[in-house]
Design a protein around this ligand. Structure first.
Ligand SMILES: [Zn+2]
Length: 431
C-alpha cells in the first residue's frame, strides 16, 4: 500500500493533473478579474443575496447548473464514477462589513487593499478557478464533489449557511468530508471552537434614585451577576473562555434605571465544557437577580417609614431578567492524526508548502465537525492580511497558482482517481 505522499505524487504526475495546473496558471487573469468584481459587491452576513447571485452567474458561465437553497448557499455536485466519498468544498460569500462600508480597491507596495478582499472573496475566486480546472482537466474522480459558496460564516451570520446545508438529511448523512476554503496560504484549521452568545436584559418599573430608594435596582442586579460571572473557574484544557463584552443601559444619574443589558460571550473547544459554562452562567444570572430582589425585602419596612419614600407598585419593583441567545456555534474536535488532516498536510508538502496547523477556530467547519463529519478550514493561493479590518489586503504571490492547485489535488486525493488511486477519505454511510 502506498503512502499518502506517494499517492499525491502519483496523482500530481497524471497528464490530467498537469493540465489542471497549467489551466490554473492560465486562469490567473480571469481569477483576479472576478475576485475584484466580487469584492466590490457588499455582502454583510445575512445580506449576501447580491453577491451570491453574481457568484451563481459566474458558476453558470462555466457550464454548471447551480443549486440556490433557502438561504442562498450556491453549490453544484460534480458526480464521480462511484463508490467514493462525497467531499464538500466551499468558500464563504459574506463579510464582516456592513452594507454601507465604502468599497474601493487600492494598490500599495504590491498589496491590494479593500474590506473583504482576503476574507473570503479571494477564496470565492479560487473556487471558481477550481471549478473551471475540473472541466478543463477531464479528470475522473471516484467520489462526488459538492462545490460552491456559502452564506453566514461571520459574526452575526452565526453559521446559518452551514446550519441550513447540513440540516438537510441528504447532506448530514451523505457528506463524508468538508473543506472550507477560508483565506490564503498553507493553513489547516482542524477543530471548531464552540461559542454561545447572549443578550441579558434586566428591568423593572424604575424610579427616583432618592425618592424610591429601597426598590431593587436593575443595574445593581446586573453588577451582582457580573461579579459572580467574573469569578467563574474554567479549564485551561480544553481551552475555555468567557467575557462580558458590552454593557448598556440606565436612565440618568438620579434614577433607578428602567433597564440595562449586557452581551455575553462564552467559548470552548469542547461542547461538554461549553455547556458547563452555560449552565453556571444561567444559575449566576438567576442568583444575582434573586439576591438583588431579596436585599431590599429586609429594609422594606424601614424604608416605608422614611419621609421621602414614595414607592411604586410592589410587583413592578421586582427586577426581571430576560436571557436571549444571540449566537450558537457548535464545538467539535478532531485528532490531528485523522485522515483528513494528514491527507491535507501531505498534499501541501507534495506541493512544496509547509502546513501551518491551527487546533481550533470558529469557522464554517464547526458545524460538520460537531456532527462527526470530518471538516477543515484551509487556505487557497495568494496571501492576505488584516482580515476584518478596513486595511484588509490581498497579494497575488508567485506561487498563487500552485497554492490554488493544491486544493484541486487535495480533492483528487480525498475522492480517489478512477483507475489510479483509492479515496483517502472513508465513506461514512455506505449507500
Ligand atoms: Zn473567513
Amino acid at each position: 500500500m502506498s503512502t499518502m505522499k506517494e499517492t499525491f505524487e502519483k496523482i500530481k504526475a497524471l497528464p490530467e493533473a498537469q493540465k489542471a495546473l497549467q489551466f490554473i496558471k492560465d486562469d490567473l487573469d480571469l481569477n483576479w478579474k472576478q475576485h475584484q468584481e466580487l469584492t466590490l459587491i457588499p455582502a454583510f452576513s445575512r445580506h449576501e443575496e447580491k453577491k451570491a447571485a453574481r457568484f451563481k452567474e459566474m458558476c453558470e458561465e462555466i457550464g454548471y447548473k447551480m443549486e440556490d437553497d433557502e438561504v442562498h448557499n450556491i453549490y453544484t455536485t460534480i458526480k464521480g464514477t462511484g463508490n467514493g466519498p462525497t467531499v464538500y468544498m466551499s468558500a464563504h460569500i459574506d463579510t464582516v462589513f456592513p452594507l454601507d462600508t465604502p468599497l474601493a480597491i487600492t494598490l500599495k507596495d504590491g498589496k491590494y487593499y479593500c474590506p473583504g478582499i482576503g476574507d473570503d472573496t479571494a477564496s470565492l475566486a479560487n473556487v471558481l478557478t477550481i471549478m473551471r480546472a475540473f472541466k478543463a482537466s477531464g479528470i475522473k474522480l471516484k467520489g462526488d464533489v459538492i462545490i460552491g459558496g456559502n452564506v453566514g460564516e461571520e459574526g452575526l451570520g452565526d453559521l446559518y449557511g452551514m446550519k441550513n446545508f447540513f440540516g438537510k438529511k441528504e447532506h448530514a448523512e451523505g457528506v463524508d468530508g468538508f473543506l472550507s476554503i477560508d483565506g490564503c496560504g498553507p493553513s489547516i484549521t482542524y477543530g471548531g471552537t464552540g461559542s454561545y452568545r447572549y443578550k441579558v436584559t434586566f428591568s423593572n418599573c424604575g424610579g427616583h434614585s432618592h425618592g424610591d430608594f429601597g426598590m431593587p435596582n436593575p443595574i445593581h442586579a446586573m453588577g451582582r451577576v457580573i461579579s459572580k460571572f467574573a469569578d467563574m473557574e474554567v479549564p485551561v484544557e480544553p481551552y475555555t473562555s468567557f467575557s462580558i463584552g458590552v454593557v448598556d443601559g440606565g436612565t440618568s444619574v438620579n434614577s433607578i434605571a428602567v433597564q440595562c443589558s449586557m452581551l455575553v460571550d462564552m467559548r470552548s473547544r469542547d461542547k461538554v465544557e461549553l455547556d458547563k459554562v452555560d449552565a453556571m452562567f444561567k444559575k449566576i444570572v438567576a442568583e444575582g437577580v434573586a439576591e438583588e430582589n431579596a436585599r431590599w425585602d429586609r429594609d422594606r419596612e424601614k424604608m416605608r417609614k422614611a419621609p421621602t419614600f414614595k414607592g411604586a407598585d410592589e410587583a413592578d419593583k421586582v427586577v426581571n431578567v430576560e436571557i436571549e441567545k444571540v449566537g450558537d456555534r457548535p464545538a467539535g474536535q478532531q485528532p490531528i492524526d485523522c485522515d483528513i488532516v494528514q491527507a491535507t498536510a501531505e498534499c501541501y508538502r507534495v506541493m512544496g508548502f509547509e502546513p501551518r496547523f491551527n487546533a481550533s477556530s470558529s469557522v464554517d467547519a464547526n458545524v460538520p465537525i460537531s456532527m462527526g463529519i470530518p471538516g477543515l478550514a484551509i487556505g487557497g493561493g495568494g496571501s492576505q492580511g488584516n482580515a476584518h479590518s478596513k486595511n484588509e489586503w490581498y497579494a497575488p504571490t508567485d506561487d498563487k497558482a500552485e497554492g490554488t492547485f493544491k486544493l484541486f489535488l487535495l480533492l483528487c486525493g480525498l475522492c480517489g482517481v478512477e483507475g489510479v488511486s483509492e479515496p483517502m477519505l472513508p465513506v461514512r454511510n455506505p449507500k
